[in-house]
Design a protein around this ligand. Structure first.
Ligand SMILES: Nc1ncnc2c1ncn2[C@@H]1O[C@H](COP(=O)(O)OP(=O)(O)OP(=O)(O)O)[C@@H](O)[C@H]1O
Ligand SMILES: [Mg+2]
Ligand SMILES: [Zn+2]
Length: 329
């Protein structure tokens, strides 16, 4: 049974945790049929944990029944009306928590013109994945430097799965999630770690964005293991992005090769994904996901430098104009 904060600090805690509450709310919101979700119905009066029913206009195709009849040769067949498919896609999109920054990302606007072969391949892999899911459930691990378009491609897949196939998806910011988990250790917060992680465990397709982007500790390793092992055991698909080098732990590799590096030397070499999430989880990740290498420039930088060049050119052209005539007295 889910509990809700009722102590005097309730509102402050709610504000701080609003992404979590909203997440849990919307995650369950579209599963309203399930009787096991009664906690939401039991929400305290005045809270926002309620089911909201919005009146919808009657669909001209199905007249509100949700079914339409189509002709197949001489046969007539009842199929789900497109209004229901569209509504479901929209509900799923809201519940997926895609950050506004990525709201416009799509496979169609992922530009590969004049790009290296790896970006073309990555886009093709993403398209095929969306096409074949759920026949092929093994996830994808997007690896590449900052700004190369990993999150753009991964979000595009989620949108396609939700829009075309009605599959429940969720965007999870790795850093944000770990911060929120840490927050549940605060005694004034009544949401437990398990409640927070429930949508991450149970959503059919999860995008774990920026894996590894938090300082390593045993606690981080354990949390990543908890998430990945759980999803692996349930055979659920996970998409992952990272800009750490996709290799096992450095220390392990060095030991295997009989090399020895001092700490400063190791710091210069940089950390691998294996260092960041632990060797065991790094191996598990490769069972769960197919690797997609993305090599290219930083799209953000390119975008801003193009704008800067345009701006400079407009300033220059302005300067090139003849100076305004000065009236002589
Ligand atoms: N090939 C592309 N076509 C169109 N837009 C792109 C492309 N690559 C990247 N972008 C845009 O550039 C921005 C940065 O891309 P994105 O966030 O996907 O990079 P990333 O590889 O995830 O970077 P980071 O490692 O920093 O998270 C986004 O706004 C994205 O939409
Ligand atoms: Mg990213
Ligand atoms: Zn309809």
């Amino acid at each position: 049974m889910q509990t809700y904060p009722r102590n005097p600090r309730e509102s402050a805690v709610k504000t701080l945790l609003s992404p979590i509450y909203t997440g849990v709310h919307s995650f369950y919101g579209h599963c309203a049929q399930s009787p096991s979700l009664s906690p939401l119905r039991d929400a305290p009066p005045g809270s926002r944990f309620k089911f909201v029913t919005t009146p919808t206009e009657t669909c001209p195709i199905c007249g509100g029944t949700g079914w339409q009849t189509i002709e197949r040769g001489k046969e007539r067949e009842a199929v789900r009306c497109e209004c229901r498919v569209r509504d479901r896609g929209e509900r799923l999109l809201t519940a997926a928590h895609i950050p506004p920054r990525y709201a416009g990302c799509d496979l169609t606007n992922f530009n590969t013109e004049g790009e290296r072969e790896t970006l073309l391949d990555a886009k093709r892999t993403a398209e095929q994945f969306a096409e074949n899911y759920p026949l092929e459930k093994r996830g994808l691990l997007f690896v590449g430097s900052p700004g190369v378009g990993k999150t753009h491609l991964a979000v595009s897949i989620l949108k396609r799965l939700m829009g075309d196939k009605g599959i429940q998806c969720r965007f999870v910011d790795y850093r944000e999630l770990l911060k929120q988990i840490q927050y549940t250790y605060n005694p004034t917060v009544q949401m437990t770690e398990l409640e927070l992680l429930q949508p991450v465990f149970e959503t059919e397709v999860v995008l774990l964005d920026e894996l590894g982007a938090i300082r390593t500790s045993q606690w981080v390793w354990d949390t990543v293991a908890h998430i990945l092992n759980n999803r692996y055991a349930e055979n659920r698909t996970t998409l992952i992005t990272t800009n750490f080098e996709d290799r096992a732990e450095r220390a392990l590799e060095e030991k295997e090769r009989g090399e020895h590096f001092t700490d400063p030397e190791r710091a210069v070499r940089g950390e691998t994904l294996g260092d960041r999430i632990g060797g065991a989880m790094w191996s598990r990740l490769h069972e769960m996901c197919q690797k997609v290498d993305m090599v290219g420039g930083d799209y953000r930088r390119r975008f801003y430098s193009t704008r800067l060049v345009r701006k400079r050119m407009s300033v220059k052209s302005h300067k090139d104009e003849p100076p305004p005539a000065v009236e002589e007295n």
